[in-house]
Design a binder for this molecule. Structure first.
Ligand code: RIB
Ligand code: CA
Length: 314
């Protein structure tokens, strides 16, 4: 048996974050979650850390260690997205408040200690929100950079342009200084931008397949994506919610479902007009060195088959 992916999930739940966490929890043969670190993003930190625990308990996994991290970006005020995710960040289903404890250790300390104490290249970071926790860890402990196997992140946009401004995707926009640190750290990056997540839509058929799953997880996911889809339907006229964050876990489980290019990606931090833009040199018109595998396409049918079968195990 191949060694499972040992991962830390850094997240700002968020309905799509929740589905990503559930997909990972439904894949114990391939994925070992060492910890979940919450960051401020879709909603404030007090809610993202609570939502992360709610999701673990929904999957009957109160053993998972959840850590609370940074409550604001490195150098600017927090921007949240209640207009997309609702005031709780997990609007849609009615889920009980968590009983499982939050870990006492700060998320940034957990990230630093975990990588310092592990063999180099043995653990992947899966980031589903703003990169504040990761950048803070790299700033405080630059020695961990070469220890990180890869960062598989949902963030950025190029052909699809922005979703929070005309040029920027939310996760990068909230903390562009943090993103600049991460993209400049020399760590292997796999970036799942809006270019691919907007091709990963929860159509009615797919939502019905969630709803038909046995147990409480399927209906909760169906209700989350029912709530979550209205923003993109109104804005893009899309045929369902884009499942942004689960593509990160899907990539870990089956990278052959995805296609992209190793290119240079820089982060705009100086211009108010294009703040947080991922300047992706897709056509390689500069001599800037490649620093990311930037994903553009997905076998969306294959992805949803994989996602649905993993949710069915919970
Ligand atoms: O732009 C989409 C991203 O922003 C997703 O991670 C969503 O959860 C929000 O964090
Ligand atoms: Ca997210």
């Amino acid at each position: 048996m191949t060694t499972p992916h040992q991962i830390i999930i850094d997240t700002d739940p968020g309905q799509d974050d929740a589905v990503a966490i559930l997909m990972a929890l439904g894949s114990p043969q391939e994925i070992e979650i060492l910890g979940i670190t919450a960051v401020a993003g879709n909603v404030p930190l007090a809610l993202t850390e609570k939502n992360a625990r709610i999701v673990c308990e929904l999957a009957n996994r109160p053993d998972i260690r959840v850590f609370s991290g940074c409550d604001a970006p490195i150098a600017r005020p927090l921007v949240t997205a209640e207009h997309v995710h609702g005031k709780t960040g997990l609007d849609g289903p009615t889920l009980p408040d968590p009983v499982m404890p939050l870990q006492d250790q700060h998320a940034v300390d957990f990230i630093i200690d975990t990588f310092r104490n592990a063999p180099a290249g043995s653990i992947s970071l899966c980031t589903l929100g703003p990169l504040t926790n990761v950048a803070a860890a790299l700033e405080r402990a630059p020695d961990i950079a070469p220890k990180i196997k890869q960062i598989v992140m949902m963030g950025g946009a190029y052909f699809e342009v922005g979703n929070i401004t005309p040029t920027a995707e939310f996760n990068i926009y909230v903390d562009p200084e943090a993103a600049k640190i991460v993209f400049g750290a020399g760590i292997p990056l796999v970036v799942l931008p809006l270019d691919v997540t907007h091709k990963t839509l929860v159509t009615k058929e797919r939502n019905d397949a969630f709803r038909a799953l046995p147990g409480k997880v399927g209906i909760a996911v169906a209700e989350m994506t029912d709530f979550f889809e209205r923003f993109d339907k109104e804005k893009y006229g899309s045929t369902g919610a884009p499942l942004h964050d689960p593509t990160v876990i899907g990539y870990l489980l089956n990278p052959d479902l995805f296609q992209g290019r190793e290119i240079n990606v820089e982060i705009e931090t100086g211009s108010d007009l294009t703040l947080g833009m991922t300047v992706a040199d897709w056509w390689r018109v500069t001599d800037r060195p490649a620093n990311a595998l930037f994903i553009k396409d997905i076998d969306d049918e294959g992805f949803f088959t994989l996602l649905t079968e993993r949710l069915a195990t919970l």
